[in-house]
Write a protein that binds this ligand. Structure first.
Ligand SMILES: Nc1nc2c(c(=O)[nH]1)N[C@H]1C(S)=C(S)[C@@H](COP(=O)(O)O)O[C@H]1N2
Ligand SMILES: [Mo]
Length: 547
C-alpha cells in the first residue's frame, strides 16, 4: 500500500464536516419529531456555565457589537439567534477537528484497527456529551435514558462512518479488514463528492423537515377549563391602564407603554428555556425553618391573596437605548406572606432561591419583610407565565436589574448569610440596582403638529426609568442647544417607565437629539459613559435624525 495514497488529515476534516452536519440535522429533526435533546444547544449552554465570567461577557459583547454594527434587528431576539448559530457552528467545527485527528491516527493503524478506532472516537465524544446533556438539559420531553441512548447511538454511527469512509478511500473492506487493501480501489475524489452529496442531502432534508415541523412557542399549560373554548385573553385586552386618563398623548412612534408579552425581552442562560409542567413542579422550602414545605402552584394560589403590579424589568446588559427592557403586569403572592408561614429561625438572614436551570440568587429577609412589592409571580398580563419567562414561578424585586430575579424557581432555602449569586460569581454587581436611563424612541417628522399661532412642531418622545425611584423631570437637547423640559405622562405605576414628549419647533436638516432625566428626588442621570459591566450602563442617549 502506497502511503501517499492515504487520505490526509484534511480529508478527515472534510469528511468530519459532512458527517457532523448530517448528525446535527438528524439530532434537530429528532428533537422536533420526538422531543429528544438537541446536542449543540446543550453543549453551548454548558460551555457558557463553566467558562469564566469575563470570557462570557467578552463573548456577549462581541455578539452585541456585531448585531448593532450590522443592524441585525432587535438586540434580544438577534442575540438568541446568534447564540443558536454559534452553538451549531461550535459542534460542527468540533466534529470536523475530531475527525481530522482521527484520520491522523488512522494513518498509523492497521486495517483491522480502523473500525474499533472509529467506534472508540464515537465513545470518546459521545460519553461526555451524554453526561453533559443529562446535567444541563431541561427542555427535552424524553427521559434522560432515552436521550442518553439516542446521543450514544448518534455518535457511534458518526464514528463508525468516519472510519468506514477512511477504509473505503484506502480500499479496505471493513468486514474483512484482515485482507488489507482488497476492494476495488475507488476514485477518492468521486467518493468524497458522493459522500458530500449524501451528507448534504441529509442535512438539508433534516433541517428543512425539522424547521417545517417546528413546534411553536406555546404558552405554558394550566387548567383553564371553565367550559369556555375560546383562548384565554390577556388582562390588557379588556382593561384600561391605571393612567389611561392622563391627557398626554405619546409622540407617534413611542414604544407601547405596556409591552405585549410575546415582545417582552428575554435573557437567560438557556439556549432553549427549561420546560416545566405544573404537575411535576413543587416549590420546595427548606433550610433554617421550623416548617419545611413542598407546595404546588394551586396551593400557593389558594393560600395567599394575589397582588398585581405593573413592572418595568431591565437587564443589566442593556446598553443605553437598548431593547432589553420591557413593561408588563405581574400577578403573584407577597413573598413576605409566605416567609411568615415558614417560621424562619432567628439567625436566618437570606433566602437562597434556585431555579430549574441551576441559576441562583440570594435575597435578604430584611428586604422581603420591608417591601411588600417583592412577589413570587405566576402570571404576566393576566395569563400564566410563558415558558420563556419563567413558568411556573419567578420573583420580582423592585429597583433591581433582572439578574437578581430568578425565573423557573424550584427551591427556596433559608440560610444564615449572604453569598454571591449566579451573575455575581461571574463578575457582575452584587447589588445590581437599576440605573436611571432615558431614551429617544421617535422624532416624528411625519406627524407635525401646528399650534394656534401657526408654529409647526415635530413631536419627539421616548421613555425614562429609574427603578422604583421615579422620574421627576426629562430634558431634551437638540444639537448644542439649551436643555428643554419635556412633558411627562404619569407612569402606570411607581416601578414602571415614564413616557415623555417634547414638541419641537424644528429647523430642517440633520440634528442630534440628546435626552437626560432626573430621578424622583432630583438626582440627575449620570452623564459619564460606563459600560454595562459590571453595574449597568450609564451615559446620555443620543439619536441623529434628518427632518
Ligand atoms: N432561572 C433563571 N432566571 C433568570 C435568568 C436565568 O438565566 N435563569 N436570567 C436573569 C436575567 S439576567 C434577566 S435580565 C431576567 C430576564 O427576564 P425575562 O427573560 O423574563 O425578561 O431573568 C433573570 N432570571
Ligand atoms: Mo439580565
Amino acid at each position: 500500500m502506497n502511503s501517499s495514497h492515504k487520505p490526509t488529515v484534511w480529508t478527515g476534516v472534510l469528511v468530519g464536516a459532512g458527517l457532523t452536519a448530517a448528525l446535527i440535522a438528524v439530532f434537530y429533526l429528532a428533537q422536533q419529531l420526538a422531543g429528544t435533546v438537541f446536542v449543540p444547544f446543550d453543549m453551548f449552554d454548558w460551555v457558557g456555565r463553566v467558562a469564566p465570567g469575563d470570557l462570557i461577557t467578552f463573548g456577549i459583547d462581541q455578539i452585541v457589537a456585531v448585531i448593532t454594527t450590522f443592524q441585525l434587528g432587535e438586540l434580544s431576539s438577534a442575540a438568541k439567534t446568534a447564540e443558536l448559530t454559534l452553538a451549531i457552528l461550535g459542534m460542527f467545527a468540533t466534529g470536523a477537528v475530531v475527525a481530522g485527528i482521527l484520520y491522523a491516527v488512522l494513518l498509523n493503524l492497521k486495517p483491522e484497527q480502523y473500525q474499533p478506532a472509529g467506534l472508540i472516537t464515537g465513545l470518546i465524544v459521545g460519553i461526555p456529551v451524554m453526561l453533559i446533556s443529562a446535567s444541563v438539559d431541561k427542555n427535552s420531553t424524553q427521559s434522560p435514558f432515552v436521550n442518553s441512548v439516542w446521543i450514544m447511538l448518534g455518535f457511534l454511527v458518526w464514528g463508525y462512518l468516519l472510519s468506514w469512509s477512511y477504509a473505503r478511500m484506502v480500499g479496505v473492506d471493513l468486514n474483512k479488514p484482515e485482507q488489507g487493501v482488497s476492494v476495488q480501489p475507488i476514485d477518492r475524489r468521486q467518493f468524497l463528492v458522493r459522500l458530500g452529496g449524501a451528507t448534504a442531502a441529509i442535512t438539508v432534508v433534516g433541517a428543512g423537515l425539522g424547521a417545517a415541523l417546528r413546534r411553536p412557542e406555546e404558552p405554558a399549560q394550566v387548567a383553564l377549563n371553565s367550559g369556555s373554548s375560546s383562548a384565554p385573553q390577556p388582562w390588557s385586552a379588556s382593561n384600561k391602564l391605571p393612567n389611561a386618563d392622563d391627557p398626554l398623548v405619546p409622540a407617534p412612534g413611542t414604544r407601547p407603554e405596556l409591552t405585549p408579552v410575546d415582545q417582552h425581552y428575554r435573557i437567560d442562560i438557556n439556549t432553549i428555556p427549561p420546560r416545566i409542567t405544573e404537575e411535576e413542579w413543587l416549590l420546595s422550602i427548606s433550610g433554617l425553618v421550623e416548617a419545611p414545605m413542598n407546595m404546588t402552584l394551586a396551593e400557593l394560589k389558594a393560600k395567599y391573596d394575589p397582588v398585581d403590579e405593573f413592572v418595568t424589568l431591565a437587564c443589566i446588559s442593556n446598553p443605553i437605548g437598548g431593547d432589553l427592557t420591557s413593561t408588563t403586569r405581574w400577578t403573584g403572592i407577597r413573598l413576605k406572606d409566605l416567609v411568615a408561614d415558614m417560621k424562619v429561625s432567628p439567625n436566618a438572614t437570606y433566602l437562597k432561591i434556585t431555579s430549574v436551570d441551576n441559576f441562583d440568587e440570594f435575597v435578604a429577609l430584611d428586604l422581603i419583610n420591608n417591601d411588600e412589592r417583592v412577589i413570587l409571580a405566576y402570571e404576566w398580563d393576566g395569563l400564566p407565565l410563558t415558558v420563556d419567562h419563567g413558568f411556573p414561578l419567578r420573583i420580582y424585586i423592585p429597583d433591581h436589574y433582572g439578574m437578581k430575579q430568578p425565573k423557573w424557581i424550584t427551591t427556596i432555602e433559608v440560610v444564615e448569610g449572604w453569598q454571591e449569586g449566579w451573575w455575581v460569581r461571574r463578575g457582575w454587581d452584587k447589588d445590581a440596582i437599576m440605573r436611571a436611563t432615558s431614551v429617544v424612541d421617535t422624532v416624528a417628522a411625519d406627524a407635525v403638529v401646528t399650534t394656534e399661532g401657526g408654529d409647526k412642531l415635530i413631536p419627539i418622545g421616548g421613555i425614562a426609568h429609574a427603578g422604583d425611584r421615579g422620574i421627576l423631570k426629562v430634558e431634551v437637547r437638540v444639537d448644542e442647544g439649551e436643555w428643554v423640559e419635556a412633558q411627562l405622562r404619569s407612569p402606570i405605576s411607581e416601578t414602571t417607565w415614564v413616557i415623555w414628549r417634547y414638541d419641537w419647533l424644528f429647523t430642517a436638516g440633520s440634528h442630534i437629539f440628546t435626552v437626560r432625566c432626573y430621578e424622583g428626588d432630583g438626582t440627575p442621570q449620570i452623564e459619564q459613559y460606563a459600560d454595562t459591566r459590571p453595574s449597568g450602563a450609564t451615559g446620555y442617549y443620543q439619536m441623529r435624525e434628518s427632518v
